[in-house]
Design a protein around this ligand. Structure first.
Ligand SMILES: Nc1ncnc2c1ncn2[C@@H]1O[C@H](COP(=O)(O)OP(=O)(O)OP(=O)(O)O)[C@@H](O)[C@H]1O
Length: 258
């Protein structure tokens, strides 16, 4: 594993505490350092805070303690009962959710170019050109003028990924992006993510698909009870699928209390 003391982490989460209201303590002093180029898959029991962790990194949540640094700079921190977020750094992170969040009244191309035009003031022509390239890369070149309702779930999720890439993120977050899809549509979305992984895009993702986790991850983090329980390469944390350890692992995930 890379040396964590040289300060070159892409994401550095320190002693992160996150609660919903006074009674639901989800993250209880979580620490993660993610190095540039890493592809981190976060796994763990249901309700253990995996989605919450991604939402915090995306700057969508208030936190009650700790901090997140991004690209070596202070990004999110708890100051008293306030959460301070550097919104410029947040623009460098893209996130795709379980349920596609495309605007139904806009064409695929309009969905893609909206944020670059609003956030970066990019010209329509330049954004359209980049949008078309990304759509083609994801096998959706002919869909630019279609509307989301005309696309399959797998196509919509590929567009959601394309849209996030339009802002040229330095980190991508994927939160169970295939779990709402019919099984036959999962592979096309996973293929797009694998393609991105191969291009060197750093990513942090939550997935319940262990085959995919094994294929995409350079590192697997097992979270339970609001902290990191295990952290290492996929073969270490997930075990060999042919070995007894895998059954042990599955038992552990489903029986550890979140
Ligand atoms: N907005 C919210 N308000 C109150 N409680 C919430 C909220 N979001 C999540 N929680 C609770 O926080 C806990 C962690 O939820 P989270 O979705 O982060 O877990 P998870 O590990 O991603 O679970 P799963 O694998 O089932 O998706 C759960 O008990 C959940 O009910």
């Amino acid at each position: 594993m890379a040396d964590m003391r040289d300060g070159s982490a892409l994401v550095e989460i320190r002693d992160l505490h996150k609660s919903y209201g006074p009674n639901i303590q989800v993250l209880k002093g979580l620490n993660i350092q993610m190095m540039p180029g890493e592809r981190v898959v976060v796994i763990g029991p249901s309700g253990g805070g995996k989605s919450t962790l991604l939402r915090v990194v995306m700057g969508l949540e208030q936190i009650q303690g700790g901090s997140v640094r991004f690209g070596g700079k202070p990004y999110i921190s708890a100051k008293g009962d306030k959460t301070v977020i550097d919104t410029e750094l947040r623009k460098q992170i893209g996130m795709v959710f379980q349920h596609y969040t495309l605007f139904p009244h806009l064409s695929i191309m309009e969905n893609l170019i909206l944020a670059p035009r609003k956030v970066h003031g990019e010209s329509r022509a330049s954004a359209r050109e980049r949008g078309q390239k990304i759509l083609e890369r994801f096998g959706l070149g002919a869909k630019a003028d279609a509307y989301p309702s005309q696309l399959s779930g797998g196509q919509k999720q590929r567009v959601a990924i394309a849209r996030a890439l339009m802002l040229d993120p330095k980190l991508m977050l994927f939160d169970e992006v295939t779990s709402a899809l019919d099984p036959e549509l999962v592979a096309e979305v996973e293929a797009v993510i694998l393609q991105l992984a191969e291009s060197g895009m750093p990513m942090m993702m939550v997935t319940h698909d262990m085959w995919f986790a094994r294929n995409v991850a350079s590192r697997v983090i097992f979270c339970a009870g609001g902290v990191v329980v295990e952290d290492g390469p996929p073969e270490q944390v997930l075990g060999d699928p042919r070995e007894e350890r895998t059954r042990e692992f599955i038992n552990r995930v489903f029986h550890i209390k979140a």
